[in-house]
Design a protein around this ligand. Structure first.
Ligand code: SF4
Length: 439
């Protein structure tokens, strides 16, 4: 069960107005940056982008002041081009592949910031039109990047879409799971409103698979179903003390911050964040931004094994997050009314099996998410095969039930990043289209 944040006293000094972590480029800066692109033949940046945006093409259009055309190039491959420009780890994707990295200055073209410049300056609606109606209906379960991307593509192809979302707001990870300083000023909602302008997409919120929404019913009412439910369950530490009151799930905490629901001041409070991924860094940095005192990131392996990118690790450093590596938690105790004590095994070869105890007001678990398979099989639902604890699909995103497709974090493909979810939604839409028109 998702543990509630036990912050009961209402106080007003949590500052939710996170500044944008990257300032946008001015138009003059964008023109200068665009001029650094070499417009490579067989550009490696395109291959490195999971959605295969024609990067040199959109950069060339910026350099000729054609921002509308530039945005169109981006959106035609990635309908979430605006949020991906903000949240993508470009340093391990397109910018990592940029040939400018091998030039003496060793400084890639700032592709992410250029992409943001083009999308932020688009005039009017997103430039898409729907084909004529096919009279086919598709149900999409989950209104995150994979679900919305799939729905948008299917709507373009002339189909009618109903999206079912378990939360009260749509957006999935972009709305509930990304650190506030990465998507500021309600960006997720604004972007999705523009995406939904294409029409023929209905949204139904507070619909949870296995609770008040069942696959069998959908199979009777729709020509196909696309499941994009993400990974809703936090992975457990499986150690004593895990269910103590102030031991919290990281993603739930981020969710709470993003919806401005924390009621107790975190000023001066200490915290231990257990994990080594981007979510762990997101939590640690947001705690610091909310005024927390000592925040320790404790990871069971070394820096080189962390899934958080180097840039994210540097961000944590910049915010004075204390880091401990080779710290493997073995138990959590309630030390006093307010304090928790976490005991770790220190796992280096030099110091085998020594233990150390750290104390803090809060402990955050950020060791990953898993698929809540219960929701898939509860109450008379048709059976879906599972592979490596995720929904099993073939190369066309088709599950073990022919009219049911799945994509995004709930399948075992690509990394758990927004940009992969968008691409999978897009590709799955093509497969669903072929399936329902009998191609
Ligand atoms: Fe431009 Fe770098 Fe891509 Fe080459 S690899 S096209 S220089 S952004």
């Amino acid at each position: 069960m998702q543990q509630k944040i036990n912050l009961s006293k209402a106080v007003a000094d949590n500052n939710y107005h996170f500044d944008d972590i990257h300032s946008p480029l001015t138009h003059k800066e964008a023109l200068e940056e665009a001029s650094r692109c070499l417009y490579c033949y067989n550009a490696p940046c395109i291959t490195a982008c999971p959605t295969h945006i024609n990067i040199p093409d959109f950069i060339r259009k910026i350099s000729t002041n054609n921002l509308q055309g530039s945005a169109q190039t981006i959106l035609s491959e990635n309908i979430f081009g605006g949020s991906c420009a903000r949240v993508c780890p470009t340093e391990i994707l397109c910018e990592h592949a940029c040939v400018r990295n091998t030039h003496p200055e060793s400084n890639p073209v700032k592709i992410g910031l250029l992409q943001r410049h083009a999308i932020d300056n688009i005039q009017g609606e997103y430039p898409f039109v729907r084909k004529s109606d096919t009279n086919k209906k598709i149900a999409v379960i989950g209104a995150g990047p994979a679900g919305i991307s799939c729905a948008h593509k299917l709507a373009q192809l002339g189909h009618a879409i109903d999206i079912f979302e378990k939360e009260s707001k749509i957006g999935g990870l972009n709305e509930y799971g990304i650190a506030s300083y990465k998507l500021v000023n309600n960006y997720s909602e604004l972007e999705i409103n523009k995406i939904l302008d294409i029409g023929n997409i209905n949204i139904f919120t507070k619909k949870t698979l296995g609770d008040n929404l069942f696959l069998n019913d959908l199979l009777d009412r729709y020509h196909a179903v696309f499941i994009a439910i993400g990974l809703a369950s936090a992975r457990k530490l499986n150690i004593p003390g895990e269910s103590l009151p102030n031991v919290l799930d990281a993603t739930h905490f981020i969710h709470t911050i993003r919806q401005h629901q924390i009621q107790e001041s975190l000023k001066g409070k200490s915290a231990i964040v257990i994990g080594g991924g981007n979510t762990a860094i997101d939590v640690a940095v947001q705690l610091k931004k909310l005024g927390a005192g000592k925040v320790t990131l404790a990871y069971r392996r070394g820096y080189q094994h962390m899934s958080a990118t180097l840039k994210e690790q540097q961000l944590a450093q910049l915010h004075d997050v204390h880091k401990e590596t080779w710290f493997n938690p073995i138990k959590i105790d309630q030390l006093t009314d307010k304090k928790l004590a976490v005991t770790f095994h220190i796992q280096t070869h030099e110091i085998p099996q020594e233990t150390i105890t750290l104390t803090a007001d809060y402990v955050f678990k950020a060791i990953g998410q898993t698929l809540c398979t219960q929701s898939l099989f509860r109450q008379n639902q048709s059976t879906l095969s599972v592979h490596q604890r995720k929904i099993a699909v073939n190369d066309n995103y088709q599950t073990s039930i022919p009219s049911v497709f799945a994509g995004g974090d709930c399948i075992y493909k690509g990394q758990d990043l927004t940009v992969y979810a968008v691409q999978q939604g897009k590709e799955a839409a093509e497969s669903i289209h072929s399936y329902i028109i009998g191609d």
